[in-house]
Ligand binder design. Structure first.
Ligand code: MN9
Length: 297
């Protein structure tokens, strides 16, 4: 199977559970991996925004990558290695190669307003360190502050081993334009609330934070779409979005952690500061959602 065929699926943007002291909890991470797989999700996107990777040290990020490598069975694994410094991104890319990841992915270098040539240089250093693994560009202008023009994306996709883009934007015109410009590329839809629209516009897979909790809903939705049952697919998207509306209100990552905690998958709802940690007193609407979720399962 080509890399693109293997990676054209739904990948959970895996969360990182912590213990009460705020250290990475390996037992909870293993539980979460099993929970995600039980829902029919067979791909993991490790160390992204949802994994709180940018709030972790490089050693911690390598540890999470390695726990997933050991516990994900035959699921696909993509390691997000982007960092503010090329040096750290390169260490992480080497780690993914050693751990047998299927691919690496990377946000552009953040904070400093680098020119496009410096950004291309950063990606080529990552490619070199990744020892032949394919690379998926992580396009998330709203959070990275870097906007790639169509020409920038073409330059990136022309680099050997750059196989696609994780496209985190609600602009569906752009998704369609990408598909038209790069008919053979891997295009992973990045906003769960738009997975149905993104797939129709040309994405051949998705990466999502809410797949950690309601993954089976998206599996069913894509299956309905493939069968041509558009109304059923729309209803499933609407069901997800009713929960996402609440999550956006309380904070997506703290909200998802809280749900996993209430479902008994992880031991604490702790997120790393400055992210908030939710408790039952801070989230009445989420408590109502928990009851609904147990009914979904
Ligand atoms: O990786 C996630 N992206 C971000 C995917 O959080 C930036 C999404 O799954 C969102 O969390 C989700 C809610 O907006 O679509």
């Amino acid at each position: 199977m080509t890399d693109i065929a293997r990676l054209s699926r739904l990948h959970a943007a895996l969360m990182t559970p912590y213990d009460a002291d705020g250290e990475i909890s390996e037992p909870c991470l293993r539980n979460l991996i099993a929970h995600v797989r039980r829902q029919g999700i067979d791909g993991f996107y490790v160390g992204g925004s949802t994994g709180e990777a940018l709030l972790q040290t490089t050693e911690e990020r390598l540890r999470v990558l390695s726990i997933v490598a050991e516990n994900a069975g035959d699921a696909a694994r993509i390691g997000q290695v982007g960092a503010i410094s090329t040096r750290e991104a390169v260490r992480l890319a080497k780690g993914c190669a050693e751990l047998g990841y299927d691919a690496v992915s990377a946000i552009p270098p953040i904070y400093f307003p680098h020119g496009k040539d410096a950004i291309i240089g950063y990606y080529s250093d990552i490619l070199e360190a990744a020892g032949g693994l394919p690379l998926i560009i992580y396009n998330i202008p709203a959070m990275s502050g870097v906007t790639f023009t169509p020409d920038d994306l073409r330059r990136l996709l022309d680099m050997p081993n750059v196989i696609g883009i994780k496209q985190t934007s609600i602009d569906m015109y752009q998704m369609e334009q990408l598909r038209r410009a790069f008919p053979d590329a891997l295009l992973l839809n990045g906003y769960d609330e738009m997975l149905l629209a993104g797939t129709v516009a040309g994405a051949n897979g998705g990466v999502g934070s809410t797949y950690n909790v309601i993954g089976s809903n998206y599996v069913e939705m894509i299956a309905a779409l493939r069968r041509g049952e558009i109304e059923a697919a729309q209803m499933l998207q609407a069901k997800s979005n009713a929960l996402i509306d609440v999550l956006v209100e309380v904070g997506v990552f703290p909200g998802l952690k809280y749900l996993l905690y209430r479902l008994g998958v992880i031991q604490t709802p702790v997120c790393r500061k400055p992210l908030a940690t939710l408790s039952s007193s801070t989230s009445e609407r989420l408590n109502a959602a928990v009851a609904g979720l147990t009914a979904w399962a």
